[in-house]
Design a protein around this ligand. Structure first.
Ligand SMILES: Cc1ncc(COP(=O)(O)O)c(C=O)c1O
Length: 481
């Protein structure tokens, strides 16, 4: 087979580009399970790259769980379990705006956090993946060198050094936002909450993807907002025709989207769709809150752009945090509020004056001099490896008619079982065996649909205990069918 040369991108390491090209051929079925990959010599000649580039690319694909070496014979596409299960189709939530009712999420999350449980429920990165030693050292240094700093009020906007670093990092997401338009918050969740408060009144309707992160639903409930849950595809994201119809009917005050590698469904819109979405929202003068906490966790290619990158009228409020990549506990998030920024800072200063200063400085220093890009490369690799292991285990242990997402980034999987399956029952039975999962109803507006679905966190450290937990979950699932 002949593999066409790659258009070399300066933004990505060459062997990763070679690996991505081959992964694309595996994903689209050109290379099927059991097929032999081109020999190292052949690929080297076809792509005009060095032997070590091909070897590194094959090593990366092996780490990703996609190919296996056979002694004296070469590399083969794995008889992989990853493809054993189909992906869920586009969702079809009830299509009318309704108040949010998800009281269950609090109960479930309290259990999910218990420490003697295999934590497949909460979307929290295992701490061993995070640069804790470096961050702790930086915190110590900052406090030693500035003994009064932790005790003084900071500014509502946040520390300039962090805002400057974030402005640079946002360029990777295609956004050009000056540091003085960035507001530091206590995690992404505060940014989203402030954004909702700045642009809505009780009773307003917000268009959202469905399923969506229950933290967003909880915030909407607190603010007495209604949610219009729109059909969402596990790869392509929210349905624009449905959104357009709602905008035409003047039903929607704002839209809220988890742009890249949505939690829980994993979707990531392409650039053309992001651009079209902005055009649509501009046409109807409707603001968008964008939650991009997973944008840096992409498995192939380069960082996906933010919707904010296409924002020509400053209507997009970009929200993110370091919770999934550096530390959930430092509570460092931020938002770029566009035309709503001043109102957001005003509310922030009323609610809690400012975000604590030492964690801001530690994160700023880590971004500036802490080897952040190398850390992110390792993190992406680790997350992808764990996700592939989880997919493998689902293939090995779960019923054949299980459907599961195959996201290209992030660290959660969404599983859809046949109609009639009760994931709350699975949740209770699994918890009795010290395994947590997040039942699908937590991600629905009324807390009643997606009963046959559940979410698994994949940012865990794989071990025989986790493998056994997956086997147990598979057995419990089979018992119900
Ligand atoms: C999509 C999404 N947004 C926001 C958050 C919360 O982020 P933070 O901890 O920075 O408030 C999470 C956490 O799981 C999430 O998955």
């Amino acid at each position: 087979m002949k593999i066409t040369p790659i258009a070399v991108s300066p933004d990505q390491i060459l062997y990763e580009q070679v690996a991505d090209r081959l992964q694309g051929l595996i994903a689209d079925g050109t290379l099927e399970p059991g097929d032999r990959l081109p020999s190292i010599r052949k690929l080297r000649e076809q792509l005009s790259v060095s032997t070590s580039t091909v070897l590194e690319a094959y090593r990366l694909l092996e780490d990703r769980g996609l190919i296996v070496p056979r002694p004296q014979s070469g590399y083969y596409v794995k008889q992989t379990a990853l493809d054993r299960h189909q992906e869920p189709a586009e969702t079809a939530p009830p299509q009318e705006a309704s108040p949010v009712d998800i009281s269950l999420a609090f109960q479930v999350m309290a259990k999910i956090r218990e420490t003697d449980t295999v934590q497949l429920g909460a979307a929290i990165p295992a701490l061993e993946y995070l640069p804790l030693t470096k961050l702790n050292r930086l915190m110590g240094k900052i406090l030693r060198e500035n003994p009064h700093l932790a005790h003084a009020y900071g500014s509502a906007l946040g520390c300039l050094s962090l805002r400057s670093e974030l402005a640079k990092r946002m360029l990777d997401a295609g956004c050009s936002v000056p540091p003085d338009r960035i507001i530091i918050t206590n995690g992404a969740m505060e940014a989203i909450y402030l954004a909702l408060q700045a642009i809505t009144r009780p009773g307003d309707t917000i268009a959202i993807e469905s399923p969506t992160y229950f933290g967003i639903l909880e915030a909407m409930k607190m603010l007495q907002l209604k949610a219009l849950a729109l059909p969402t595809h596990p790869r392509e994201g929210i349905s624009l025709p449905h959104l357009e119809e709602a905008l035409q009917k003047k039903q929607v005050r704002a839209c809220l989207i988890i742009t890249n590698f949505n939690n829980p469904i994993g979707s990531c819109m392409d650039d053309a769709k992001k651009k079209r979405l902005v055009e649509l929202l501009n046409e109807y003068e409707t603001p968008l809150i964008e939650d991009d906490v997973y944008g840096d966790i992409y498995f192939t290619g380069t960082r996906p752009k933010a919707i904010k990158a296409f924002d020509t009228e400053n209507r997009v409020i970009y929200c993110s945090s370091v919770s999934k990549i550096l530390s959930p506990g430092l509570r460092i998030g931020w938002c770029a509020g566009g035309r709503y920024g001043d109102r957001i800072v005003q509310i922030k200063s009323i609610i809690n004056q400012s975000t604590a200063v030492p964690p801001q400085l530690a994160v700023a220093e880590f971004f500036a001099n802490g080897g952040c890009d190398r850390h992110l490369r390792q993190l992406r690799h680790a997350y992808q490896t764990q996700m592939n292991r989880m997919l493998q285990a689902i293939g090995d242990y779960f019923p054949p008619d299980t459907r599961v997402t195959h996201p290209n980034g992030g660290h959660v999987l969404w599983l859809e079982m046949p109609a009639g399956f009760d994931s709350l029952q699975l949740y209770k039975e699994a918890l009795a065996q010290k395994i947590s999962i997040a039942p699908g109803v937590m991600f629905s507006v009324s807390g009643t649909y997606y009963q046959n679905c559940f979410r698994l966190n994949t940012a865990i450290s794989w071990s025989p205990v986790v493998d056994r937990a997956m086997q147990t979950l598979g057995e419990l699932a089979k018992k119900q069918l």
